[in-house]
Unconditional design. Structure first.
Ligand SMILES: Cc1ncc(COP(=O)(O)O)c(C=O)c1O
Ligand SMILES: Cc1ncc(COP(=O)(O)O)c(C=O)c1O
Lengths: 471, 427, 427, 471
């Protein structure tokens, strides 16, 4: 099989080191690693790569993931030896180039999103949330404020509640109204009853909708004495258009690996910088880069929450985002967002012809549709549609998220898709919906074009086999 | 060409009018050629030393990255893909992670592994919180024993602000007291000073008292030679694998890992890949035990991990496959021999005390007479990247200096370092 | 790991015993890490200048190579494949070559193109021999008019040792006499001095007399702005396309090309790809007109070409697709403007005469007072790569100096060059 | 279609430059280039790449082409900016690193093959032949010797006669005997009748066989006053085992892109250095690298044939070959050859079980089999077998070459193939032969797994369409 693990390829040898080491320190258990030629390794992983699908393979409209094209120049330049070979314990004098980049991108992010300072340490969006909430935690603590509840909308990403708990908060959901906005009455209710530390909001929401009442919400939270947190994983719609800082968000994290075109790596590395308004700056994890005659790392004065990463975060990803910004410029970034929104609306307005659109509004960078009715009629679920799209040569949209829309498919074309490819995607989708009605069994059988068909996830848990040698 | 036509639309009509379209002070767009010149200039403003004369280690090593690793991860099917949510179209990534889990489990001598964590420091923090879950407590009490990186300690403390466990740091192993209320004993192996220490007495005691044993490994290559954590009796192993196939890269992206016993699988933070099959009995791989995870369990998840360090795990997987058992053993032996060689040479210098412990790659040196920051400047003039002046990290480590060898070095390179140090101290 | 087990066999029993297994003085095997260190050292022993301060051109330019080009050609399916003999398993290469042929035909304004030749110099030699075939003669008589690279001339002469054509070089265009026994007129466009010359009078005369017109183009970017050879009436166009997507690379690998009229297809040297279809009517691409080639026609082949410069052709194809019409036009205009700017600035200097012709990228400068080799050493101290001291190539070019601009340069960079030259001549 | 040319993708724009240029010099014909986004370009060529097959895709036993694994470190190091950015007109002082490499590899090649000097200018094997024969031409001319005939064996590669003619020689074939050796009687005959300038020999021959009488042949040619030319495209069997110089070959070209593991690039760039014995050194194309205090280019004293390349040949390929030599060392290169020969014999001894082996001898790096009998019995030709192998996931062997073996398949596994992959190849081959007997129509229909089936080569010539815009 093409997806056989490399351990199947050859006999495992049984060698142990013959070097002289005190017996009580010496390893006795053999590492069952295969001994292969470079050619064998090349063929194995080249083959594996062909079982994958990347943004260069075709349209990848995975909602909330912003699978935009990754400019190759990012890879080339971030891989210069002057960046890759730098040791994190080298002194600042040796690191002026990289420090300049970190300094400058922080300025750019502050300007673009409306914050006083950013920490670049968090390694991903969730890590940024965690950091941001710890900042809020310490800020409240410093002010002897015992607020301990974090509110999240019912459409929130799973990392939000998980991060809040990791930062020591309790969590409570706030429902959305029928327009996908936060239900202000419900918000009022909980604010009046609970000690709300912060409200974590994604705007545009994970429904791809702009929160109409954001200014009102901001006032409500702040009047209540809490803080507003911006989950900036969905910032691709708003660059240069509106700034979370201006909307009233006190803390914000970004996903550079989404909005700033750095590749997702099959699951990271990402980068999730956290920006804060002035009053929260002292709590940012140190050190931060400052510029005098030279660039240097500067620790804050004992108020910071402390490091959230062993060194300075996923620096190489940050370099790529820096390049992305230079490649576009301020005006170009704005055009990115406008085009992302235009594309999403274009595709939404086609797609609604064939499947239900639960929120009939202009969308931002993405939109959700629902297969609920289709499923009732034909038995074909969002999952079935997703699998059938694979056979048409597409990566499926995100499915079953956000959880408040039943049989949800969340579609995000991004700005780097062109009209032809969106049209082709729509035609494929249309074919599948037609087939769902004509011969649903065929759709249920999908995918049939890949190395495996649908995999038994229950068996994976019931009879766990998590390493090759597990019996 | 990065060109996107601008357009006029009313898609943004819901945005508050008073704050829409702010004037921003951002750079002008540059062409790819301009960006290339600029970044080449910035890269050149960093000082890079020849790898055979780079004696800085302390958890991040100048280890050779075989060209095949860079080549394969640069295939866009790998590096531009998302987390493998749709398994049928992601068997490349999933099979590789399954291999990664196998490699890490084998190397650490444990049953199972997760798919990666952000870095070694956060893996330690996650491991400590995993102890709390395993102990089924609100908060646990943990002893962190031995020499650990101050950065790791700081990250552990930051994470712990939200967790609220009781963490006791005991630098001197002799001073560790395993009271009955202790939930876990965390050991460094090799520790931050590169020392490989026999912890068997402490571990025996912990085992007897039902205290979980956590190993933190920041130089996993050492495990090719030294007793694996599994053999030592570890319940959880966390650490850093950036030096297996990735670059120092100023500290990030790195590669946190976590391995453990099969029965603790539901307590693991982060992604896990498992084998299963399709309706036709074809084997395949999926993300599994997802009910632990944030997107399903939300506030009850074992961790908030979503994106992890997938591509770094792929790098390590390819690296291990390329090296093989023979290559890994040869490399570990080579590093060990060079460690011994450098120790021997330094021991002959006046004014220096060399570590009496067994060391691997990192070597602790003590001198009360030498200004190490000055020494490093002196070495820089000879194009040598000196070691770590430990007192810059922790004042209590005054007079301590940490040097590391690597595979690029020949004995002559080590001799050159030692003679340069001698030249410095002789004035 | 490059390890191959040694073995003892009698496979070599037919080899003459007295000379088998000679003692050889060859280097020891090095590990990949050792080779890396060594080659990094060697690469660093070459002096590389910042591209915006590299004023050397003369047929090879510091033109930006977009990252996408390197990325795509590094896919092993492309760069490790052989010549596409088996079309069904080589549609990637074949489709790309078909695109290459289209791009080169469009750019030069001709009907058809081959799949590449070794370099510009050999393409010129092949073009001249193609004239002999077209004229259906044993040997032909050819005038090569205008300024050409001495290296090209030398290669043409070397090839011609076997061909025995009569080749007459006429540097001054006014001195060209198109006698009736002439078979072809070869023109340089732009020529070695970067001059773009209107050859219409000569060409009209040649056409009237039935003399074939060959254009040699070493900076094909110029054709975006200037009349294409096809528009000028060329029958054959040869030249060098290394600067469209490839690196200077010390002169090789480069990319020779040859385009011509449809009716001359059977006289073309080298590979050609054509479109056809399979039994189901699916379009596909194959190597075609193979009866011209050595593996079929053997001693009667149009050329001995077997391996050509396939990967360079792929690079150019990707480059052109990335640039597009807009990108190519913008770049050509940018280069033209910078050429004008540099000419203007140099013209203001004492002691220098600047070319009165239209120039593209390369600029000829004349001075009888300046030692250009000394000037170049002076510029080197300022990290500027100066131009070409032409008398080193041809003594008759004493006092001539050739500078080239490129897209990395800003006006400030050009100003810096000019002020440095001024500083040098002012002493 | 996946193999649609890029020109189909989008509308071609009609722009011309608006810059001011004299009208008689100005271009008027529009270049019909598409304007695409980087993402479109990435997807197009990524897709095209998947329609190709490289050595990392699977076994590639293309005889006479030495499709060995290409170590990735060659690409990494040859692509260092210090090599790629070097301008060929930079003075020698700027180029000491590259000159050292060119100097050293020349020494290594001289040692390994037994010559006084090598020129690295030729860009490929055929280019090397051409160069070598021009050297012979000028050498004879200098000696006022009017020999004008080049002999080649009937098994010779097509480039040999073509190169000989390009160098101004006449060509005559010498037949092989039933063992695949040169027929000595016939050789004698022609030597006594003709003015033989040189005999071009490939040894091992293109049949993969070592020429048993090489010493004798060398004596015959030299006694006759001619020169012996070595086509070293097949040197992978003999490195460190025996040297062409020692066998009596006066001139030799090598294919670095075969023996020295540099990639073939889908048809180049290659490198075909030419080595010569002492008396021919003055005729090598100049300049050559010499070493004094510094390395420098040095022209010969007016005797050389003249440049054969605009600069110094395919230097970047030469760098890769240099790295290949360092990676293996002298002993390692010898082991490469031994393993290549061992592999070829292993596979030959299996393959002869299922198809005719016309020469029943130990082979060198490759061997040929004949489908003549199979074709008589089943109608299945060498071509059919080749196409059927494609469907089994292999690149086919070379077919119909050398021309002296009917329905020939020429198989070269190289040293980087392992036993398992050769066994699997054999099993696939065996299946096909069985199928040829059981249901030949199925074999005739192959390949069915690729983007196109067998293509109509006659139509390609009869209705030529050589560019996208050709009507
Ligand atoms: C809205 C939202 N928030 C947070 C995250 C978490 O980001 P990361 O995967 O980088 O941790 C995601 C990623 O999917 C997201 O879509
Ligand atoms: C025996 C032989 N000689 C010469 C050549 C020509 O080599 P190249 O393709 O590099 O010109 C080849 C290539 O196939 C060959 O096999």
């Amino acid at each position: 099989m093409d997806n056989s693990p490399i351990f199947e390829k050859v006999e495992i040898s049984n060698k142990l080191s013959s070097i002289e080491i005190a017996p009580q320190l010496k390893r006795k258990k053999v590492c069952r690693f295969p001994d292969l030629s470079e050619s064998q390794v090349a063929r194995h992983y080249t083959k594996l790569s062909t079982l994958n699908f990347g943004v260069d393979s075709g349209m990848y409209p995975l909602g909330s993931c912003t699978m935009k094209y990754n400019y190759k120049i990012l890879e080339r330049l971030a891989s210069l030896p002057g960046f890759l070979q730098l040791h994190p314990f080298q002194n600042d004098a040796d690191c002026q180039g990289i420090l300049e980049i970190l300094y400058e991108i922080e300025l750019y992010l502050c300007e673009l999103f409306g914050y006083s300072r950013f920490s670049l340490q968090p390694s991903a969006g969730a890590h940024g949330e965690h950091t941001g909430l710890l900042i809020i935690r310490d800020y409240l603590k410093k002010n002897n404020d015992d607020r301990d509840l974090v509110l999240i909308p019912d459409s929130a990403h799973g990392t939000n509640p998980a991060s809040a708990v990791m930062a020591g908060f309790r969590v409570k959901k706030v429902p959305s109204d029928k327009w996908g906005n936060v239900d202000l009455d419900k918000l009022n209710e909980v604010l009046s009853k609970e000690k709300v530390a912060a409200f974590m909001l994604t705007n545009p929401s994970t429904l791809g909708l702009f929160e109409n009442n954001i200014i009102k919400i901001s006032e409500m939270i702040h009047e209540n004495g809490g803080l507003l947190y911006y989950d900036g994983a969905n910032a691709n719609a708003l660059m240069g258009k509106i700034r979370p800082g201006d909307m009233g968000f006190d803390v914000c994290h970004l996903n550079l690996h989404k909005t700033f075109g750095t590749p997702h790596g099959g699951g990271g590395p990402g980068s999730g910088p956290v920006g804060v308004v002035e009053k929260l700056v002292p709590f940012l994890p140190g050190p931060l880069v400052s510029k005098d005659k030279e660039y240097k790392w500067q620790n804050q004065e004992g108020t910071e929450i402390g490091r959230i990463h062993g060194f300075h975060g996923n620096v190489n990803v940050v370099i790529k985002a820096y390049i992305y910004i230079l490649l576009h410029g301020g005006q170009g970034l704005k055009e990115v967002s406008e085009k992302a929104v235009e594309n999403a609306n274009y595709l939404m307005n086609k797609t609604r012809e064939i499947i239900d659109l639960p929120y009939d509004r202009v969308c931002m960078h993405e939109f959700v549709v629902s297969a609920e009715k289709l499923k009732k009629e034909t038995g074909i679920s969002a999952l079935d549609l997703a699998k059938a799209l694979i056979d048409k040569g597409y990566h499926p949209p995100t499915i079953y998220f956000p959880q408040i829309v039943h049989e949800c498919l969340m579609i995000e074309p991004t700005e780097t898709e062109d009209k032809e490819s969106m049209d082709a995607f729509f035609e494929a989708f249309k074919d599948i919906v037609a087939q769902a009605k004509a011969s649903p069994d065929k759709v249920k059988a999908a995918p049939v074009t890949r190395v495996v068909g649908r995999l038994d996830e229950v068996k994976a848990v019931k009879e766990p086999k998590l390493t090759f040698f597990a019996k | 060409m990065v060109t996107l036509g601008s357009l006029i639309t009313n898609f943004y009509k819901d945005l508050p009018k008073n704050i829409i379209n702010p004037e921003l002070n951002l750079p002008q767009q540059l062409s790819e050629a301009e960006v290339q010149l600029k970044l080449e200039g910035l890269a050149n403003s960093n000082t890079i030393y020849s790898k055979n004369l780079s004696f800085l280690g302390a958890g991040v090593y100048h280890r050779h990255v075989p060209a095949i690793v860079d080549h394969l991860v640069s295939r866009s099917e790998f590096y531009t893909a998302y987390t493998p949510y749709q398994p049928e179209i992601s068997q490349g990534t999933l099979t590789a992670i399954f291999e990664f889990q196998t490699y890490m489990a084998e190397l650490t001598g444990m049953d199972i592994s997760n798919a990666s964590l952000y870095d070694g420091a956060t893996s330690l923090a996650e491991a400590v919180q995993m102890v709390t879950r395993v102990a089924d407590k609100e908060k646990s009490k943990v002893i962190v024993a031995g020499i650990l990186s101050p950065n790791y300690k700081e990250v552990l403390n930051t994470y712990n602000k939200g967790f609220g466990n009781e963490i006791v740091y005991v630098e001197e192993l002799e001073e560790v007291r395993l009271e009955t209320d202790i939930d876990a004993l965390v050991l460094m192996y090799p520790n931050f000073f590169g020392q490989v220490i026999d912890h068997s007495v402490l571990i025996d005691e912990a085992k007897k008292k039902g205290i979980a044993v956590v190993f933190c490994v920041t130089n996993p290559l050492a495990l090719m030679l030294f007793k694996s954590p599994g053999e030592c009796g570890a319940d959880i192993v966390c650490g850093e694998a950036v030096s297996l196939g990735s670059y120092p890269s100023y500290g990030g992206p790195a590669l946190g890992f976590l391995t453990t016993r099969q029965d603790l699988v539901r307590n693991i933070p982060g992604r896990i890949v498992g084998e299963t099959e399709d309706a036709n009995g074809r084997k395949g791989f999926v993300l599994t035990f997802q009910t632990r995870e944030q997107h399903i369990r939300r506030e009850k998840a074992t961790s908030n991990i979503c994106s992890n360090q997938g591509l770094m795990a792929l790098r390590t997987t390819i690296y291990m496959s390329y090296m093989g058992q023979t290559g890994m053993l040869d490399l570990a032996e080579d590093i060990y021999r060079k460690t011994e060689y450098l120790k021997e040479k330094i021991a002959k210098l006046n004014k220096f005390v060399v570590d009496k412990n067994v060391n691997f790659q990192d070597i602790l040196i003590y001198s009360k007479d030498v200004e190490f920051s000055q020494l490093n400047l002196f070495l820089k003039k000879k194009n040598i990247l000196g070691g770590l002046d430990l007192c810059e990290l922790d004042r209590s480590w005054e007079g301590c200096y940490l040097l590391a060898v690597n595979e690029y070095m020949k004995n002559e390179d080590i001799d050159l370092l030692v003679s340069s140090i001698k030249e410095f101290i002789d004035g």
